[in-house]
Design a protein. Structure first.
Length: 328
């Protein structure tokens, strides 16, 4: 099937926000009985909501969005990771996620969505934290990477359990639910390493052959696929074949910022350009097609996250969260 060259289009759905949204993250876990959980944050707040889309339920017109809780912070949030322990249904209300904040600290939130909310501050990084992730099976550990050239693993009490010294700033982290004894760490110098969490040794490395690597992701549906953006290009590896990418294409002329695989389709992925460069572009790509199959455009767009089951991704915009459905 040949897909025609995509034309730029506006968001399929939007949700208003009180401030510009720096980061948006769908929960990758089956954690909400009435739809999908999404968290987004800006300079002062983190908002958690649930959403359902007409593509899931034909009785819904567009999007059905409900804010569950707004957490006043007073500090910019740069990244959000969901815990697999989160459950929001008729019997259980447990919200747990961790943020990486502008003051170089992690903050672990646990809330029952009523009056019991605690923030655990986790300190140790000495420079900006670029990414973080929960151990995906039981959520008892959190890994984070920073401009301080370290990857650190913490327990939920904030104790550092182990750390790796990196060769350059750590930009992205992935902890795959099918490979929980490995951690993927992507560095700004263009190298992606997989660490064995038992021996704490690097067991595989991939090389972009170019810098700066800004973002990388490990495909949920197919563990041999890794993708990244470096410079203006996106790059894809088959980890069984070579440490150099199998495919590479220019994507964003002003520099590419984020790469994320779709969780619903192992051949779909999205990339974004830098926020605030005129209108930042969201590009959705399909591995079987040479050009982007969808182009979205939004002012000051940042963050990027895919829905758990739909070919739909979200980015943060100027006082709104924007959702794009890919027509596949």
């Amino acid at each position: 099937m040949m897909l025609k060259e995509a034309a730029a289009r506006g968001a399929t759905h939007t949700v208003p926000s009180e401030e510009s949204v720096h980061v948006v993250e769908f929960s990758p876990f089956e954690s909400c009985a009435t739809g999908s959980l999404v968290a987004y944050g800006g300079d002062n707040y983190v908002v958690v909501g649930s959403c359902r889309f007409q593509e899931e339920d034909t009785e819904i017109k567009g999007i059905e969005y409900k804010t569950l809780q707004t957490f006043q912070r007073g500090i910019r949030v740069d990244a959000i990771a969901w815990s697999p322990e989160t459950k929001v249904d008729a019997l259980t209300q447990l919200l747990q996620f961790c943020t990486a904040d502008a003051d170089r600290k992690l903050r672990l939130l646990t809330s029952d969505l009523k009056e019991n909310t605690t923030w655990k501050v986790i300190e140790g990084h000495t420079d900006y934290i670029n990414d973080l992730v929960f151990e995906p099976k039981n959520g008892k550990q959190i890994a984070s990477v920073s401009d301080d050239h370290t990857c650190r693993i913490w327990d939920l009490d904030g104790n550092q359990k182990s750390s790796f010294l990196l060769h350059s700033p750590g930009m992205s982290l992935c902890w795959h639910p099918e490979e929980t004894f490995k951690l993927m760490v992507a560095e700004k110098n263009g190298v992606i390493r997989f660490y064995d969490l038992v021996t704490l040794q690097a067991i595989l490395s991939l090389d972009c052959g170019q810098m700066p690597l800004m973002s990388a992701d490990w495909c949920l549906g197919n563990t041999i696929k890794v993708g990244a953006v470096a410079g203006n290009d996106w790059l894809i590896w088959d980890t069984t074949r070579s440490s150099y990418p199998q495919e590479k294409r220019p994507s964003h002329l002003d520099g590419a910022r984020r790469f994320r695989w779709s969780k619903a389709n192992e051949n779909l992925f999205a990339t974004t350009g830098y926020p605030g460069k005129r209108n930042s572009q969201l590009l959705v790509h399909h591995l079987g097609h040479p050009q982007a199959i969808m182009i979205g455009s939004a002012p000051v767009a940042s963050g990027l996250s895919w829905h758990r089951t739909l070919p739909l991704c979200a980015i943060g915009g100027d006082q709104k969260v924007l959702f794009w459905m890919t027509e596949m």
